[in-house]
Write a protein that binds this ligand. Structure first.
Ligand SMILES: C[S@@+](CC[C@H](N)C(=O)[O-])C[C@H]1O[C@@H](n2cnc3c(N)ncnc32)[C@H](O)[C@@H]1O
Length: 271
């Protein structure tokens, strides 16, 4: 896998671990959407092994139960350390966050394990070959586990870091080509549709405006909670002619149902 303009992410999360950074919608919009999908699909994280591939600033982990076991990879070793320290101070006991080199990502030791939840939030659109990625990590998903993907959709302005344009058909093709079944798919989050071009720039007044808007939205969404926020999202979209800006999908390996059934039958025969 080539780096493909991902150098910007090598240090961008460093030292950005304060409450205000975590409160921003640029982070909370994704975290709340992931939590929304997990509640809707009745996936519980208590005492589970959770892997976040490209965890960024680690905001998702802060919403995992304290008895869950947290794993993940990110490019920056400093950020891995900072996020692990932050999670340790918040009471998480099992935290294993490791740096990853994009050129050698397939050899990463954390990809030799299995997880109950394999999260990939706003990473697939950065990859040159998402099907190869999904195929490679399929064995990392436990038999009763799930892969949760989040991606941007309906982008009005091009994001210079994105190398894939995603919609429902693209997700379905990726999933079937990589050997997964789509268990659940949802499009939501129309709130930033018209302002999205502001969020594609990394500096200047547009960036500052996006940051202010992001903080405002992030705090509102967090206070309201994912259920109300994304419930209201559909109505908001219709009233303001805004399209959804995120899609989330829950996948499981296509043969998981069959293998589980066979295990149940074998167990019944032994009893
Ligand atoms: C837009 S950020 C998303 C961060 C976080 N998951 C979130 O939802 O806020 C994309 C992240 O993917 C990581 N990334 C991109 N390509 C990668 C690759 N090939 N292997 C590992 N991480 C990668 C980058 O380091 C970056 O932090």
């Amino acid at each position: 896998m080539e780096e493909n303009g991902q150098e910007a992410f090598k240090t961008c999360y460093r030292g950005r671990a304060g409450q205000l950074f975590h409160a921003a919608y640029m982070r909370m919009g994704k975290v709340l959407f992931a939590l929304h999908i997990l509640r809707t699909t009745e996936k519980r994280l208590t005492q589970k092994d959770i892997f976040d591939y490209g965890f960024g600033a680690g905001t998702f982990y802060r919403y995992c139960p304290k008895d869950s076991r947290l794993f993940g990879v990110e490019q920056d070793p400093v950020v891995c350390q900072e996020v692990a320290t932050m999670l340790g101070s918040r009471g998480y006991e099992t935290v294993d966050l490791q740096p990853i080199e994009i050129e050698r990502w397939k050899e990463h030791p954390l990809l030799a394990r299995r997880y109950d939840l394999f999260l990939c939030s706003h990473v697939l659109e950065h990859l040159p070959d998402p099907v190869d990625f999904l195929k490679t990590v399929r064995p990392c998903v436990k038999l009763e586990g799930a892969f949760l993907g989040l991606v941007p959709i309906n982008e009005r302005a091009e994001n210079p870091h994105h190398v894939q344009k995603v919609d429902r058909a693209v997700v379905e093709n990726w999933a079937s080509d990589a050997g997964y079944e789509v268990v659940y798919y949802e499009e939501n989050d129309p709130f930033r549709y018209w302002a999205q071009p502001l969020f594609t720039v990394d500096s200047g007044w547009k960036h500052k405006l996006a940051q202010a808007m992001s903080l405002d939205l992030g705090i509102s969404a967090t206070l309201l909670g994912e259920r109300l926020w994304f419930g209201w999202g559909k109505v908001f979209g219709k009233l303001t002619f805004s399209k959804p800006t995120q899609a989330a999908f829950l996948l499981r390996p296509a043969d998981a149902g069959h293998r589980l059934k066979r295990m149940e039958e074998d167990g019944a025969q032994l009893r």
